[in-house]
Design a protein around this ligand. Structure first.
Ligand code: GDP
Length: 379
């Protein structure tokens, strides 16, 4: 089955909604046991290094995730990250099962250019959170991994203490496919984290391409981390990114760079008065901190709490989540329709000649578009 035909036809629309606490029971009438087992889907969890592991029924995987089992959580994420078409429906069944228990975290996006101090910040802030009793999950949307298959956050030595802590779970950015695919995998990974009981989820991204917009669209609170001193352009901050932020953090407010950080903070505070806030009625603050010493991090977390009070008190928190889900669904339809359109044999047959006529000035672009759409509709 082509990838483009899957959304909306998967088990989401046909499965009975079950109490996931009873997910170990065989679900009656589940469509499409892929390896021929009636009534119960089994998953061959894809692995990168070419040997096949024991297959785990989706129901067991869901049960394991809900019980907070780290090994099962890791395998569940591997399933939603799989690009194999056969895994798509299994992943959707898994997500359907855990969905009633998802949503219970604070989702925080963290962006900034390489070197701004994001990893150091996540390590330091993360440690204070887990020591305060939170369960923390960290993942990333890494645009470079989309191209290269490499990954930030792959190197856990950057978050050594945190990655060793039993209340922290760190998962590198998914790779493979377009940004849209990575976005789906990351969103579903967040749902799995939540179902496994993680109450704070951090999603890191490097400011390249559309990745900030993508991460903004899947989190409740969006933090921009800057190094002190240099202006936006010098730091490689793209226009418009400040407008996405719910807080701007000037990092490295220590040692020789402390004064510069405090000056930068004041500059940003002034500038932020003139831009449209990312969240209705919320005055985006500029903060200074040192991820290295930890100074300023409690204040950062207090801002996050104040933001939650502000948005929850006004229904904005829930509204943003609903808007994000709706927009996400529509974006997937658009993306896959577009894919299907251009993969369509009739469209492919007509496209070169129509394009040439348009470029050559003998056919209006609108007429060419209409003919392509007609060919697509009629076939
Ligand atoms: P990332 O690329 O944004 O994840 O940045 P890193 O966390 O890897 O940090 C980049 C460099 O800045 C490293 O050498 C860090 O040790 C250093 N760094 C990070 N935070 C601070 C800080 O608060 N103060 C100082 N002085 N250096 C920092």
């Amino acid at each position: 089955m082509a990838r483009a035909t899957m959304v909306g036809r998967g088990p989401m629309s046909t499965l009975p909604v079950e109490d996931p606490r009873h997910a170990l029971n065989v679900m009656p009438g589940v469509k499409g046991g892929h390896d021929g087992l009636p009534g119960q889907m089994r998953v061959v969890v894809p692995v990168s290094h070419h040997h096949r592991r024991r297959s785990i029924p989706v129901a067991d995987l869901a049960e394991g995730v809900l019980a907070g089992d780290r090994v099962m959580l890791a395998r569940a994420i591997t399933l939603v990250e799989s690009n194999a078409p056969a895994h798509f429906e299994q992943a959707q069944e898994l997500i359907t099962r855990i969905l009633p228990r998802a949503g219970g975290s604070v989702r925080v996006g963290i962006t900034g250019v390489p070197g701004a101090g994001k990893s150091t910040l996540i390590e330091a802030l993360g440690m204070t959170l887990v020591e305060a009793g939170h369960k923390l999950a960290v993942t990333a949307v890494d645009p470079s991994s989309i191209l290269t298959g490499g990954s930030i956050l792959g190197d856990k030595t950057r978050m050594e203490k945190l990655s060793a802590h039993p209340s922290a779970f760190i998962r590198p950015s998914p790779s493979g496919g377009a940004l849209g695919g990575v976005a789906r995998k990351t969103r579903e990974t967040i749902l799995l984290f939540e179902a496994a009981g993680y109450d704070v989820v951090l999603v890191e991204t490097v400011g390249v391409g559309q990745s900030e917009v993508t991460v903004r669209s899947m989190v409740d609170f969006f933090l921009l981390v800057l190094a002190p001193g240099a202006g936006d352009e010098l730091q490689g901050i793209k226009k418009g990114v400040v407008e996405l932020a719910d807080a701007v953090l000037i990092n490295k407010a220590d040692g020789a760079s402390r004064n510069l950080a405090l000056l930068s903070r004041a500059d940003y505070e002034r500038a932020l008065h003139y831009i449209q806030p990312s969240t209705e009625g919320w005055m985006t603050p500029a903060l200074a901190a040192s991820a290295m010493s930890g100074e300023g991090l409690p204040e950062l977390w207090m801002k996050v709490q104040a933001f939650l009070d502000h948005t929850r008190g006004r229904g904005l928190f829930e509204q943003r989540r609903r808007d994000q889900e709706r927009a996400w669904m529509r974006a997937m339809v658009e993306e896959q329709l577009k894919e299907r359109f251009f993969a369509h044999p009739q469209v492919q047959a007509l496209l070169p000649e129509l394009e040439q006529a348009v470029v050559g000035g003998t056919l209006p672009a609108a007429s060419a578009a209409a003919r392509l759409l007609k060919a697509f509709d009629e076939a």
